[in-house]
Design a protein around this ligand. Structure first.
Ligand SMILES: *[C@@H]1O[C@H](CO)[C@@H](O)[C@H](O)[C@H]1NC(C)=O
Ligand SMILES: *[C@@H]1O[C@H](CO)[C@@H](O)[C@H](O)[C@H]1NC(C)=O
Ligand SMILES: *[C@@H]1O[C@H](CO)[C@@H](O)[C@H](O)[C@H]1NC(C)=O
Ligand SMILES: *[C@@H]1O[C@H](CO)[C@@H](O)[C@H](O)[C@H]1NC(C)=O
Length: 553
């Protein structure tokens, strides 16, 4: 079982120290907080209407694309009843041909793009914002996706749509995204051309212009998330030249572009939160800290202050030191080695040996450098232990079902490390997606880069018995979520969004993902990719979210 590494323990110590060092007078804001109805960042927290805004949220990438507005409204009402105040969803739905039925937002084909502004196009997004306002829920729109595997595309051995029982838009990776642009507009077809190629940039910015200008004045939008899980590689491989700086520079450029259209809303990344203390930085300023005199947010009970804290430079020196010590002290374990399984193609991108893949830059993500970009308003990170390893040392990947206690501890440490990292930069941070696959859900579990459940895919059979384990029990999932929510609240996260919401009794409709389980005429359920909450555990999860929503305020 992986144990907590020393540097996490050290980080915990620092987190504790921060309240010791915070002087009592800091509970009084130095400057009056903004009373804007738009979310702003102040003193390490989010502020709306002049009050601190901390949230428990949920993910429903599919929500705008339901056929029935009543179903959307009902879903939002149920979320609200569980204490949810933020829903994160996809503000993109790219297609390569116009579907016969159902919604789509942008056609990417024949060397150009066409944006659908009709009722089954961008007006879906208008609708979700309008209905969210009725239910007092804020919307976090993500603008594109790292993941979009398509049929027969080497090296991705997948099938899709008509060849699988999963309908269009069922999976989160079936809404187009970065690779849809790369396939259409580049010759090399390497994933990172999305970040660097000027033709791709031009078309993506046209899309951003259309979407962002639509909501620039609407306070129901919490923030713009630039991309879900941006990385150097995807189902399309990375070029050898992609580094963390490639991804960071893209964030800077696009965040500036977004703010040039919409100065009202905050911009966040959407990355997984991977660290790379050893990577060269573009924005991270070791000393002095960017916001050394952050004032506490109004109404806040916790004290987040950078005063008395180690500066970012010292913090990360310490991380590096502890990490190396931990690495030296730990011998390799037996088992299937799948370290770096999500990594970019180039071995050279690993910045140093002996570090866990969430800490060595191998995904091309340096979350602290990204968070240091002036135009990035708050940090975001994710926690999916069935798909990523969050250990600081490169042991083999251990599925949550094989080491539940270790998984929970590592998740807690990950949350605390993200909070400490954001504190060092002086900005808020939110966990924008977290989830665990249960035994009941395991047959439905499709990793974000795949189109088939691991349990049934011939190509993934080997992994389903090895790296993916068997799923945890409902009780374990509940206890992990409760632990992580509590850890996030204590660490001072601004929000946590569970992945993903489930909804029953939805109207099945042609061209949508809502399938009727019992034949035509019956009612359907929302997509389950292994993280849905229907079943025996549902009420427990909803209760836990609600409890957390009461505690986070
Ligand atoms: C902020 O004020 C607006 C307008 O009164 C209201 O609709 C909204 O719910 C408020 N938001 C919060 C988080 O209080
Ligand atoms: C692309 O162009 C071809 C040739 O003009 C046309 O047949 C096809 O329908 C176009 N595809 C889309 C998706 O518009
Ligand atoms: C972008 O991709 C296109 C198509 O592959 C290529 O012609 C062009 O040179 C690329 N532009 C840059 C700046 O790499
Ligand atoms: C998804 O990622 C896993 C881990 O890297 C890999 O083993 C698997 O082949 C990938 N699946 C697809 C369909 O690309």
């Amino acid at each position: 079982m992986p144990s907590l590494s020393p540097w996490f323990v050290a980080l915990l110590g620092i987190a504790a120290l921060s309240s010791v060092f915070a002087s009592p007078t800091r509970t009084i804001p130095r400057t009056p907080p903004p009373t804007s109805p738009f979310a702003t960042a102040s003193g390490g927290g989010l502020v709306i209407n002049g009050s601190k805004f901390s949230f428990i949220g949920t993910n429903a990438y599919w929500l705008p694309y339901l056929n029935s507005d009543d179903d959307i409204s009902k879903t939002l009402a149920d979320m609200s009843a569980s204490g949810i105040t933020v829903v994160r969803t996809w503000a993109f739905n790219d297609v390569t041909e116009i579907p016969e039925a159902g919604s789509w937002l942008q056609l990417i084909a024949n060397g150009t793009t066409t944006i659908n502004t009709g009722p089954n196009g961008l007006q879906r997004l208008d609708k979700i914002i309008e209905l969210a306002a009725e239910h007092n829920i804020y919307v976090l729109f993500s603008l594109t996706n790292n993941w979009n595997p398509v049929a027969n595309e080497p090296p991705t051995p997948v099938r899709r749509h008509n060849e699988t029982p999963l309908p269009r838009n069922f999976l989160s990776n079936d809404y187009g995204g970065m690779d849809a642009y790369v396939r259409e507009f580049t010759e090399t077809k390497t994933h990172d051309e999305f970040y660097t190629n000027q033709s791709v940039r031009k078309f993506f910015e046209q899309y951003l212009q259309a979407v962002i200008s639509r909501f620039a004045d609407n306070p129901r939008l919490l923030a713009w998330e630039l991309a879900n899980d941006p990385r150097c590689s995807s189902s399309l491989v990375s070029s050898p030249s992609c580094t963390t700086q490639t991804i960071t520079q893209w964030h800077s450029d696009i965040a500036k572009f977004v703010l040039s259209i919409d100065p009202n809303h905050l911009v966040t990344s959407g990355n997984q939160g991977f660290f790379c203390p050893d990577c060269p930085k573009l924005f991270f300023n070791p000393s002095p800290p960017p916001n050394p005199v952050a004032s506490p947010v109004p109404g806040g009970t916790r004290k987040r202050s950078t005063r008395g804290l180690m500066g970012p430079s010292k913090l990360f020196q310490m991380i590096t030191k502890e990490r190396r010590a931990a690495s030296r002290a730990s011998a390799p374990r037996n088992g299937i080695k799948i370290r770096g399984r999500w990594t970019a193609s180039s071995e050279a991108k690993r910045q140093a040996g002996g570090i866990g893949s969430a800490f060595d830059g191998s995904f091309g993500v340096d979350s602290q450098d990204i968070l240091s970009i002036p135009e990035i308003g708050f940090g975001s990170f994710q926690l999916f232990p069935d798909q990523n390893s969050y250990g600081t040392i490169p042991t083999q990947f251990t599925p949550p079902s094989s080491d539940f206690t270790g998984t929970v501890q590592q998740g807690t440490a990950w949350i605390q490390a993200q909070a400490a990292s954001a504190l060092a930069v002086g900005k808020p941070v939110a966990l924008t997606g977290f989830g665990l696959v249960t035994q009941d859900n395991f047959p439905a579990f499709v990793p974000f880069n795949a189109t088939f459940p691991v349990a049934t895919s011939p190509n993934q059979k080997r992994q389903s018995t090895g790296s993916f384990g068997t799923g945890v029990t409902d009780d374990q999932r509940l206890s992990a979520y409760a632990t992580w929510l509590q850890a996030g609240i204590q660490a001072g996260l601004s929000g946590m969004t569970q992945y993903q919401w489930s909804q029953q009794n939805l109207q099945p409709a042609a061209g949508t993902f809502v399938q009727s389980p019992n034949g035509p005429g019956t009612l359907g359920t929302s997509p389950n990719d292994g993280y849905g909450i229907l079943g025996t555990g549902e009420s427990g999860i909803q209760q836990t979210l609600q409890t957390a929503s009461q505690n986070i305020t």
